[in-house]
Design a binder for this molecule. Structure first.
Ligand SMILES: Nc1ncnc2c1ncn2[C@@H]1O[C@H](COP(=O)(O)OP(=O)(O)OP(=O)(O)O)[C@@H](O)[C@H]1O
Ligand SMILES: [Mg+2]
Length: 369
């Protein structure tokens, strides 16, 4: 059920106004002077995953967090009595997870104090474009990988050996740490072996992988090492099916993302959130042969750190892009490469205090061959 507010000319709507609002593919709402919702179109019902019947009994602050930047935008529009628009506004809710949308707010002439709010969620096509660009750059890494592999393997063998020596003098409860060192060294070595063939996919194993187990592992490694003292929250969707892929490579992906997040955090109050969600309904027509691809597994790594510097945001998945004195700029290039090999996409949205890396993956058994 949709009810339009009384039209400006006292009831005699121009023909089709209501129909236009109802047919628009973008979510549209009308809010009253106290932010109460007085009209929603079907796209808005879908966006909030709530029927019009319920939404029309609610206030905007019931469906969005009170600190959502949308409220500032509404304030602006009211103050100036003119449209206000902003790109990439955070419209996240605990219920729907992180979402960014281009938002516009326009005051209606009548009834006084009413506003039209439209939301345009960032499209999957946009995400895909950026991702495909990144893949090309990654191919040029072939030679670099061979050099790196050589420089890492030897010291790594030393680290592993030292850990094994230390282990002999430790009590059982402390051995967990040295075992972690040995296991991680082995994993890195395995990865480097594969990085040497960065250009092709030899040695790429595919098994059903439980992403939650991968993320748990990443969290443990992070908390006992580079992210010591940082609060890492898990917000997992228990219905998440397995992904068909390479467990070690997926650990590498999320370790790189969490490591970057940890690097960006402030001295105190830093927080990293790992979220998973299953969205089987999302399909888009971007396959090589024009077929529709479904990437229903969503994993996000969010941090409240400094944010990605805007000037590198569009190149962030290119190799050798770094702002760190000792960074190589290979972390995200590898992330893009591995996720691409898995038939998925990765994208980044970042503003200071809110950086989100979102990985979309196919479900086991449905991925492109
Ligand atoms: N979560 C984040 N918050 C802020 N900036 C980030 C974040 N993740 C990545 N960046 C930016 O992107 C750049 C590239 O990241 P990438 O992981 O590719 O390389 P790096 O971390 O600099 O070096 P390394 O090769 O050691 O990973 C970083 O230098 C940083 O400026
Ligand atoms: Mg990095």
């Amino acid at each position: 059920m949709h009810t339009l507010p009384k039209s400006p000319n006292g009831g005699a709507e121009p023909p089709g106004t209501g129909l236009i609002a109802v047919s628009l593919p973008m979510p549209l709402l009308v809010v009253g002077p106290g932010q109460e919702i007085v009209f929603v179109n079907p796209a808005a019902e879908q966006f909030f995953d709530t029927g019009a019947g319920l939404l029309l009994k609610q206030n905007l602050s019931d469906v969005l967090p009170f600190d959502s930047p949308l409220f500032q935008l509404i304030g602006q529009a009211r103050e100036r009595n003119s449209s206000a628009a902003e790109r990439d506004v955070d419209v996240s809710t605990p219920r729907h997870g992180e979402r960014l949308a281009d938002v516009s707010v326009t005051p209606l002439p009548e009834p006084e104090g009413t506003l039209v709010v439209t939301l345009q969620e960032r499209s999957l096509a946009q995400r895909m474009d950026r991702q495909l660009m990144a893949r090309g750059a990654v191919r040029s890494m072939h030679g670099m990988a061979a050099v790196l592999a050589h420089e890492i393997k030897n010291p790594l063998a030393g680290i592993r050996g030292a850990a094994q020596l230390i282990e002999e003098s430790l009590g059982p409860s402390e051995r967990e740490m040295t075992q972690l060192i040995v296991a991680e060294s082995d994993r890195i070595r395995g990865l480097i072996d594969r990085m040497e063939s960065f250009g092709d996919n030899r040695g790429f194993s595919r098994h059903p992988v439980n992403i939650h187990e991968v993320l748990d592992r990443v969290r443990r490694v992070a908390e006992s090492g580079f992210a010591r003292g940082v609060s890492i929250q898990e917000n997992f969707d228990p219905s998440l099916p397995p992904v068909l892929g390479d467990r070690d490579q997926l650990i590498q992906v999320f370790l790189n993302l969490v490591r970057n997040a940890a690097d960006a955090l402030p001295e105190t109050g830093g927080e990293i959130t790992l979220t998973t969600g299953y969205r089987p309904g999302v399909k888009f027509g971007a396959g090589a042969g024009g077929e529709r691809i479904s990437l229903p597994l969503e994993v996000t790594v969010r941090d409240n750190g400094s944010g990605v510097p805007p000037d590198i945001l569009t190149h962030i998945f290119d190799p050798f892009v770094t702002t760190k004195a000792r960074g190589s700029g290979l972390g995200l290039a590898l992330v893009a490469k591995i996720i691409g090999d898995h038939g998925g996409v990765v994208e980044c949205d970042s503003v200071p205090r809110r950086t989100i890396f979102r990985v979309l993956l196919p479900k086991a058994g449905t991925e492109a061959a």
